[in-house]
Design a protein around this ligand. Structure first.
Ligand SMILES: C[S@@+](CC[C@H](N)C(=O)[O-])C[C@H]1O[C@@H](n2cnc3c(N)ncnc32)[C@H](O)[C@@H]1O
Length: 391
């Protein structure tokens, strides 16, 4: 099975498909034409191990077990039963249908879809293993079903815990940002590891930690496990090799000056602990500091941040002052860029500066805007007026 090729489906947050495609391409794989919220590519077992260990922005990696058309539950049953599930699930495998989602399709009830797919798989496996009862007391095999325009795709989850769980964030601030979204935001900016990056609302440190990991080429998955490691059909040596390859590319120091500030001293201590677990504590300077005191003597730096936005913490009046302080601090910085991820509707109004670009992203189920203020690049001649700072 190790030399066989599979189609891998990588669900991701809406709005970051381009970043994930770039990551897959950088690993040496060609992506297939995709759709919103997912990226796909073809690869062998080694590709799965390398992608699991290295990808920063995917939610999880599924093996596409089969795609077929179904407009009725009978067709869903027969289509599923025709799939060679026994290639993956052994006689004792415990198989579940973790999730079903549908878009513009005749079949729309997730719970009915889940139970029909499970039943069809059980019938197929009982026939193949010539048993009347499947014990399901072995390793777990979890499937996800997507139906779009009546086309059913069944994916086998190889990741287990979502890939945003790198294992370093054991202490959280209120409203922490998912690690893969923080990485995606950084990768949407032109941040280079020779530059300055400050997160003035760093909370549990996710943005500075992901930034340091990117700068130090630390792969996000080297210190965690993946569900597919427990299955017999991918050899341990392939997983070991993927981790060794990733570790061999790590840098022990970085040029970037990365800083994380927050008004709350307890979250700063959480951020420090998280950074230590991620192995990047020596690369980040964390400090308790309110945004009103944000300053930096350097030029051409980046603010990349996720301020309070009022859904879970903070209120309008307080937010007004916080965003206004951020705007004032940014104006005083010398030729910096700023990227602000926020779900606060009046963020731009109170920052008081018109962004060059606004990108829609999703922070969990919450729609958020990434306000992008591109600053100057080092080495470029300075224009007479600083357009990014115009209201
Ligand atoms: C949305 S959370 C940031 C979450 C962070 N990205 C993470 O992953 O943990 C916003 C943070 O802003 C901090 N904060 C609130 N008011 C502040 C202020 N005036 N100055 C600096 N930080 C502030 C809060 O303590 C909180 O940790």
């Amino acid at each position: 099975m190790e030399k066989e090729s599979f189609e891998y489906i990588l669900p991701c947050r809406f709005g970051i498909e381009s970043v994930l495609k770039r990551e897959v391409n950088d690993l040496g794989y060609t992506t297939l034409p995709g759709s919103d919220g997912r990226v796909s590519f073809i690869g062998d077992a080694e590709a799965l191990c390398r992608a699991s260990v290295n990808l920063r922005t995917a939610e999880r990696i599924l093996i596409n077990v089969g795609t077929f058309r179904a407009e009725t539950y009978d067709q869903l049953f027969e289509g599923t039963k025709a799939l060679e599930i026994e290639r993956f699930v052994p006689e004792h495998g415990a198989f579940t249908i973790a999730k079903a989602g549908t878009v513009r399709s005749r079949l729309f009830s997730p719970s009915d879809i889940q139970s029909i797919v499970k039943k069809a798989m059980a019938v197929r496996l009982s026939e193949k293993y010539r048993v009347s009862w499947l014990p399901e007391d072995g390793e777990e095999y979890s499937f996800r079903v997507f139906i779009k325009d009546d086309m059913v795709t069944i994916g086998l989850d190889t990741s287990g815990a979502s890939l945003h769980k790198r294992g370093y964030r054991l202490r959280n601030a209120a409203a922490p940002l998912a690690e893969n979204l923080a990485a995606a935001v950084i990768m949407l900016t032109p941040f280079k590891d020779s530059r300055i990056m400050v997160d003035p609302f760093c909370g549990s440190g996710t943005i500075p930690i992901e930034c340091a990991m990117i700068a130090a080429r630390k792969a996000p998955g080297v210190n965690r496990s993946f569900r597919a490691e427990k299955w017999g059909f991918i050899g341990k040596e392939l997983w070991d090799r993927a981790r060794e390859e990733a570790r061999s590319l790590e840098k022990s120091s970085i040029e970037a000056d990365i800083q994380g500030y927050d008004i709350d001293g307890s979250v700063i201590s959480a951020a420090r602990e998280n950074a230590e677990r991620a192995g990047v504590d020596s690369m980040i300077h964390f400090q308790r500091r309110p945004v009103a005191e944000l300053s930096h003597g350097g030029s051409f730096g980046f603010i990349i941040t996720n301020p309070p936005y009022g859904e879970r913490i903070g209120e309008e009046e307080e937010l007004k002052e916080i965003y206004a302080s951020l705007g004032r601090a940014y104006r005083a910085l010398d030729r910096w860029s700023m990227y602000v991820l926020s779900s606060f509707d009046s963020a731009q109004k109170y920052i008081g500066i018109r962004p060059g670009k606004v990108r829609k992203l999703y922070n969990g189920m919450i729609k958020a805007e990434l306000y992008q203020y591109a600053g100057e690049k080092p080495g470029k001649k300075r224009p007479a007026s600083k357009a990014a700072h115009e209201r």
